[in-house]
Design a protein around this ligand. Structure first.
Ligand SMILES: NC(=O)c1ccc[n+]([C@@H]2O[C@H](COP(=O)([O-])OP(=O)(O)OC[C@H]3O[C@@H](n4cnc5c(N)ncnc54)[C@H](OP(=O)(O)O)[C@@H]3O)[C@@H](O)[C@H]2O)c1
Length: 319
């Protein structure tokens, strides 16, 4: 177990995952959680990152920063997705090595696996086939992050591990329709339709694709719990999947979010838009065998996420 007084750096602490990790570490009694904003350290810049590591000397690092987004953002900003992520992974891993960090956990993503991976996806399917084209830029950078950790372990003996989470959602998520993932995007659309209906507009929501794609969703508080669990107990070269092991169709997801946010809304399917990978379910046998399991049920997690979204808007004085 990590000493609760150790210096623990969360890279990307204002994001969905990073903020959940800070909450979790604080709740678990960690007394030395280190953070730095983008203005203090641009994680793409090796000299800024090296200076920060030299000055702050973290013992443990959770590398959960990155340029992240849904299909639309990936398609329209491919250069940012590949460059930012390659650089962030490279600088942080290298500085962690140079300053003798005891252990680093790198967070990848389930989109690193081939588009046609056999379901559920086991860890050993990495690099066995072509990627989904819509997010290939991001996926290539994420695969490079996994390989960086393996290379620094092999050449320098660094205890750097990688975890591959499935799709995440929860408080702290990005609800901007231009760059959000499916759960916050649907929540925002149903919310906006509810507001529009109050002023006489049609209470309807259009969703990309046919609704048939199957996806798995993990609450970010569960991911944070898994990350701390792995930092405490996992020290192997290979990456490890983190998910619930259960999926549902985008149609079922949209209907559940409709029930939570705006039960009277009509759901329309824009079949001219892509569905993305037909199915993406992680095999979580390895993590389960280590003794970890998720705790937040999807419906309950969606309700609390919507409550968080409403509270944020209330604080900002918007509807
Ligand atoms: N969200 C998901 O569904 C999902 C699924 C699987 C894996 N992941 C992985 O989880 C990790 C975190 O994702 P997330 O959803 O928490 O993303 P997020 O909410 O967008 O947060 C990303 C964080 O990284 C920081 N960051 C980005 N570029 C930076 C830079 N150049 N310098 C300093 N900080 C920078 C951001 O800082 P600012 O606050 O200043 O913007 C933010 O705090 C990523 O590695 C992602 O691949 C996410």
């Amino acid at each position: 177990m990590i000493d609760r007084d150790a210096r623990v750096y969360v890279a990307g602490h204002r994001g969905l995952v990073g903020s959940a990790l800070v909450r979790r570490l604080t709740a678990d009694g960690f007394t030395n959680v280190l953070t730095a904003t983008r203005d203090q350290v641009d994680l793409r810049d090796q000299s800024e990152v090296s200076d920060w590591f030299t000055a702050n000397r973290p013992d443990y690092v959770f590398l959960v920063a990155g340029t992240v987004g849904g299909i639309h953002a990936n398609n329209t900003r491919p250069a940012e997705f590949i460059y930012d992520n390659l650089m962030i992974h490279g600088t942080v891993v290298h500085s962690a090595y140079e300053t003798g960090v005891r252990k680093l956990l790198y967070l990848g993503s389930s989109c690193i696996y081939p588009r046609q991976a056999t379901q559920p996806i086991t860890e050993d399917q990495l690099l066995t086939g072509p990627l989904e084209a819509t997010n290939q830029w991001y996926a290539i950078a994420k695969i490079a992050g996994v390989k960086l950790c393996e290379a620094y372990r092999q050449q320098y003996g660094c205890d750097f591990i990688s975890a591959m989470p499935t799709n995440l959602y929860g408080p702290g998520d990005n609800f901007d329709l231009e760059s959000s993932h499916v759960v916050p995007a649907l929540m925002r659309k149903f919310h906006d339709a509810k507001l529009g209906a109050a002023t006489g507009e049609p209470n309807e929501v259009s969703v990309w694709g046919t609704g048939s794609a199957m996806r798995e969703f993990l609450h970010v508080d569960d991911l944070a719990s898994a990350c701390v669990f792995l930092m405490d107990r996992y020290s192997e070269s290979g990456h490890i999947n983190v998910g619930t092991g259960v999926d549902l169709s985008i149609r079922e997801l949209a209907e559940t979010i409709r029930e939570v946010v705006n039960p009277d809304a009509e759901l329309l399917w824009d079949t001219s838009k892509p569905d993305g990978t037909p199915r993406k379910l992680l095999d979580v046998t390895r993590l389960s065998e280590l003794g970890w399991k998720p705790e937040v049920a999807l419906r309950e997690g969606l309700e609390s996420t919507y409550a968080w979204f409403l509270a944020q808007r209330h604080l900002r004085g918007v509807g």
